[in-house]
Design a protein around this ligand. Structure first.
Ligand SMILES: Cc1cc2nc3c(=O)[nH]c(=O)nc-3n(C[C@H](O)[C@H](O)[C@H](O)COP(=O)(O)O)c2cc1C
Length: 314
């Protein structure tokens, strides 16, 4: 059975510059999700969201926009907007774990509010022809929450439900709950995508073996840490391609120059690259030492030297 790999969105990382460069240099990802759009009560799309979604800025095969909201009006407004750009699907984020979001009944804080979910899906499906998919955690407080929500979701023609197999209250700590994911599989008629802690070919093979019926897997942090991972998963190999440092170097230079051109001031570009290197460094021999080299680079020249040094002996 062939598998589909999807790039799970990370706000602040997986924008169009990153997605295009990953697609160009590494391949292996079939579908990319854009980080969520959040309106915050104002019915206006911020220019940064628009830039990220404009078809002319995106060179990947398939891109799916995402929304985080607990309002049917906001959902319908964003659905209309993404349709105007040419998209057919809108993914609904019920996964975000941060208290600022969950306390307002959004992200994973909405999973337990089954009536609200039902009302929003009901209005969206009666007032729009957008295709809806969901991205959820197993719950905020406990994994029973998703089991209560799934029978309601069965009533709607959702494209799929992607599940990050953790609870909201865990944030990103602790392990994934594979038993909880299995219970969700048993309880829904919908197609479930697996998401959570796929960081290597081994960890992928483990979830693949545990859930033989699952064909779609989303990779978030693992893709940023090692953009070779999706194609290595597809080829079922631990071997990097021969020219992998050269390829990574080209990828790095592409996103680095894009951010340098876009962000005002060297400081912002360095901060941005710092946050990427927190992930990149984990796949180098001495991750802490590698990241330290980047972190202490306070000028563009020092940063470029540090990168060259790191990439000359991975
Ligand atoms: C910094 C950061 C930003 C994220 N932004 C989003 C987002 O915009 N939308 C979303 O659905 N998930 C978001 N996530 C969650 C990831 O997409 C993913 O579900 C999670 O990290 C688990 O998958 P992984 O273990 O493969 O990273 C974010 C995660 C992190 C760490």
């Amino acid at each position: 059975m062939s598998i589909t790999l999807l790039s799970s969105p990370l706000q602040g990382f997986t924008d169009f510059r990153f997605r295009n460069a990953v697609n160009q240099y590494f391949g292996g990802i079939d579908t990319f999700y854009a980080p969520y759009i959040r309106l915050n009560g104002k019915f206006k799309i911020k220019p940064a969201y628009e830039r990220d979604l404009l078809v002319k800025n995106n060179t990947v095969k398939e891109l799916i926009p995402q929304i985080m909201t607990n309002s049917a009006d906001e959902f319908l407004f964003v659905a209309k907007y993404v349709q105007s750009l040419g998209y057919k699907e809108l993914n609904w984020n019920l996964g975000c774990p941060y208290p600022m979001v969950t306390k307002r009944g959004m992200g994973s804080g909405l999973i337990c509010e089954t009536e609200k979910i039902n009302n929003i899906l009901d209005r969206v499906h009666s007032e729009s022809d957008i295709l809806v998919s969901m991205k959820m955690r197993l719950g905020y407080e406990n994994p029973e929450e998703i089991l209560n929500a799934l029978p309601i979701l069965d009533n709607y023609p959702l494209k799929n439900i992607a599940i990050h197999a953790r609870l909201g209250k865990q944030l990103y700590k602790g392990g994934v709950d594979l038993e909880g994911f299995q219970k969700a599989l048993d309880k829904t008629k919908h197609l479930l995508y697996y998401n959570g802690d796929i960081t290597s070919v081994e960890s992928f093979n483990k979830v693949r073996e545990q859930f033989p019926s699952v064909t779609h897997f989303m990779i978030g942090r693992g893709l940023i840490a090692d953009p070779f991972l999706p194609s290595m998963i597809k080829n079922n190999t631990n071997e990097y391609p021969e020219n992998h440092l050269e390829t990574f170097s080209k990828f790095h230079d592409t996103i680095y120059h894009d951010y340098k051109d876009y962000l005002s001031g060297d400081k912002h570009a360095l901060l941005k690259m710092n946050s990427f290197w927190e992930y990149f460094a984990t796949t180098f021999d001495n991750p802490q030492k590698t990241f330290k080299k980047i972190k202490k680079s306070k000028s563009i020249a020092a940063y470029e030297d540090a990168v060259r040094e790191i990439l000359s002996h991975r």
